[in-house]
Design a binder for this molecule. Structure first.
Ligand SMILES: [Zn+2]
Length: 192
């Protein structure tokens, strides 16, 4: 288990990490520039230092690999051997301690709402669904993930148990998505 400092870092960094799942800015940081060598790199259960050869588009260490697993309702994260921080999505290096000893593993999709809010004027793609309930969820693994909750604001509270589910984008959402995002699922927390 991580010490008090580790847990504090864990929380804030995990929130940053979730920005990547929305398709903003995560791609460059993961280093997709490696040669496309056939490899099983980044599959659940791998151990040891991540090599550049492993960072193919299929790797769970890059967002396309992360999202293709998520599309099958498999949430993968990276667990740092150095400090035990769980990285969602998996990263080749730990953002808490810098270690490159990261093991990819499948995580529980269950967790609890840590904090939440209501978005009355969402981005145009989601306008038809307004108002939206958005929450930061602490998963059983300790990683935190931000996302929509399939419940009205008044029907959830801090501590409400939820489960991460995914669905395909609607036609309207697809129109607004960036090209590389159109095949990625949208994650939604359902009250569990
Ligand atoms: Zn670490």
């Amino acid at each position: 288990m991580t010490g008090p400092n580790g847990e504090q870092d864990d929380g804030t960094d995990a929130i940053d990490g979730t920005d990547g799942t929305d398709g903003t800015g995560g791609i460059d940081g993961t280093g997709t520039g490696g040669d496309a060598i056939e490899t099983d790199g980044g599959s659940p259960g791998r151990q040891g230092r991540v090599t550049s050869e492993e960072l193919t588009a299929e790797s769970h260490f890059v967002l396309p690999g992360f999202f293709s697993a998520l599309a099958e309702e498999r949430l993968v994260g990276g667990r740092c051997h150095g400090c035990n921080t769980v990285l969602v999505p998996p990263r080749p290096a730990c953002y808490a301690c810098g270690s490159r000893e990261i093991a990819v593993e499948e995580l529980s999709r269950n967790g609890e709402i840590v904090t939440y809010t209501e978005v009355r004027r969402p981005a145009p793609a989601f306008a038809a669904d307004a108002p939206l309930t958005i929450a930061i969820v602490e998963l059983d693994s300790g990683a935190r993930l931000t996302g929509r909750v399939a419940a009205d604001y008044d029907d959830v509270e801090i501590g409400t148990p939820v489960e991460l589910t995914v669905r395909e984008l609607t036609e309207e959402e697809r129109e607004f998505a960036l090209d590389h995002e159109t095949d990625w699922p949208l994650h939604v927390f359902e009250p569990a």
